[in-house]
Design a protein around this ligand. Sequence first.
Ligand SMILES: NC(=O)c1ccc[n+]([C@@H]2O[C@H](COP(=O)([O-])OP(=O)(O)OC[C@H]3O[C@@H](n4cnc5c(N)ncnc54)[C@H](O)[C@@H]3O)[C@@H](O)[C@H]2O)c1
Length: 358
Amino acid sequence: MKQVEVAVIGTGWCGGIRAETLARSALVDKLHICEIRPDRLAEVKALTRPASATLDYRDILKNPDISVVYVCTTPEQNHYPITRDCLKAGKHVLLEKPIALELWEADELITLAKRGRLKFTIGYSQRFNPKFAYAKKQITDGALGKVVSVMVSRHLNRGLGTKIAKRVKLSPVVMESTHDLDFVFWLLEPAQPVRVYSQGAYGYMQPINGSYDVMWSLVTMDDGTMVTIGGGWNLPPSYPNFCSTWVEITGTEGALVLDDTHRDVWLNTVAEGTRFPMSTMPGERVDHVFAGQMGPETIHFLESCIMDRPVMVTPESARIVMETYTAADLSAERNEPVDLPLSNAALSAVAEMAGGKR
Ligand SMILES: NC(=O)c1ccc[n+]([C@@H]2O[C@H](COP(=O)([O-])OP(=O)(O)OC[C@H]3O[C@@H](n4cnc5c(N)ncnc54)[C@H](O)[C@@H]3O)[C@@H](O)[C@H]2O)c1
């Protein structure tokens, strides 16, 4: 059986899940891990027994035996430089979302991957959610006829919102609705987004990082389909790591409603009250099974590299998602719709807006 040497750079929450998944896979010859926090490095080392563990990602670049790398670092500013270095070193890369913070960075990563004939994908894990995969199949098979509208409402708890908001000044549409923009555009392929109108509302998060609690974006596709996506991060703390999503799809021949609110398993203990286990966005390992999407996503990318099969999420599609949420931010700021692709005038307004926030 063909096996490869793989590395995970950044073994926090998601990187920890990826490393544990890879450590259990028969496709992995040797696992290497890299983390700048020595205590977390030691923790994941004990869990996964890797061939090597380092504090410096340049050790991964220098090792010619490592062919596949998962980049799972925060803050998000370091996605671009670390991925650029990995691609330049000839490694196939799965990078957690977002692909980059600037559109030109995304373009450079896409070019580097193409030039090096390397697999490059973005961790839009929701495509591995069986409910969303089912929606894709029903739409592709024609069960709904022509899709007319898609609505997604996703809310995260404020503990998670605060974790994200403290490390990076990005809005809920950039950090959360990004997943929904990705899977909805995937459902609607080959339609492309042509216009975005977005609004945000302040609440709990404003004193923490100046961000909206919730943003709603209306996206018009070039075939007229209407996409409405709401994302927020202010659910009370009694929903630990809890993410609740509701999806409504209507078409000329049918409708599909997806309940991904994770209220199907309730745990109630004296110590912690009610909890909704297995309700995070990446999911979690439960002994011999992975409850969620990040486990299968991790292995799918490895198989794409080993068997030279297409990746699930192309970086070009992640770039379109990036352009759309960038337009959504601009729309909310200006209180007016923004056309896609972004014009030069809109791009300079985006640069001004980002400069002001920094
Ligand atoms: N697909 C999903 O469902 C999903 C869910 C949550 C987060 N994410 C994305 O995944 C990424 C990681 O999120 P997280 O919650 O795991 O973050 P995290 O903060 O828990 O982990 C990131 C780790 O990267 C380490 N790190 C930073 N710089 C490094 C470097 N130069 N070398 C090695 N390690 C370094 C940090 O010390 C930290 O431990 C984020 O960009 C986020 O947007 C995706």
